[in-house]
Design a protein around this ligand. Structure first.
Ligand SMILES: Cc1ncc(COP(=O)(O)O)c(C=O)c1O
Length: 224
């Protein structure tokens, strides 16, 4: 018997009527861009996360970039992050002209090893981006303390861990900005997926696929 890691089709069927009605009502109202469904989603998500605000974005890559832009990260700055993540985490740092500085991961959690961060902080360091991978939060309490002591911003890449709880209590996020992306939860691993990479889709396809021409190769940063 094959047990799917995520069975999205089954999940969909269990709330099919609700989902179909919600999508149909957006279509009927032609309320596509920043419409009432988006506003409602943002308000509900903020409540769920216990956050002051939630801002909807077109993609996780956009959201990471927007969060860094909002914090003024730009050319010449350094941002500390994990090398064990999807390419977009470092890509968006580079897109803003800043430099990603990698700190190794903890062998047990696969998330940033907080003990190794201090040694990589320089006068150019502006922020730290911990990635909460596979639903498991990075070790946030010591990371937030270190960031506060050194005057650094913390932007959490919460693509894979929305609503996860930290040891210290409370749902993610905790830092200065966080983003989530829904695509992770809308992919059905049981089905043949259209490729994320851009083989045969030209420069625009490559840009939309985080600079990827074939699986696992990201030759340059995408442009948003
Ligand atoms: C950890 C992580 N960060 C960033 C992203 C980028 O999100 P998107 O593909 O929506 O731009 C992903 C996507 O899978 C991810 O898993």
């Amino acid at each position: 018997m094959q047990i799917k890691m995520v069975d999205l089709h089954r999940q969909y069927l269990s709330i099919k009527t609700e989902i179909d009605e919600a999508i149909q009502s957006v279509l009927t109202g032609t309320d596509f861009i920043m419409g009432s469904a988006v506003c409602e989603f943002e308000a509900d998500l903020a409540t769920y996360l216990g956050a002051g605000h939630a801002v909807g974005c077109a993609s996780g890559t956009d959201a990471l970039q927007v969060a860094m832009m909002a914090l003024g990260i730009s050319r010449g700055d350094e941002v500390i992050t994990s090398p064990f993540t999807f390419v977009a985490t470092a890509e968006t740092i580079a897109l803003l002209g800043a430099s990603p500085v990698y700190v190794d991961i903890d062998a047990k959690t696969y998330n940033l090893d907080v003990q190794q961060i201090a040694a990589r902080i320089t006068s150019r360091t502006k922020a730290i981006i911990p990635v909460h991978l596979y639903g498991q939060p990075a070790d946030l309490a010591p990371l937030l303390t270190l960031a506060a002591e050194r005057g650094l911003k913390v932007i959490e890449d919460t693509a894979q861990a929305i609503g996860a709880r930290c040891h210290s209590g409370g749902t993610l996020p905790h830092g200065d900005g966080a983003w989530i992306e829904e695509k992770v939860s809308t992919r059905n691993p049981g089905r043949e997926q259209p490729p994320r990479h851009a083989a045969g889709r030209g420069a625009q396809g490559q840009a939309a696929a985080s600079g990827s021409l074939d699986r696992g190769t990201h030759s340059h940063c995408a442009s948003l």
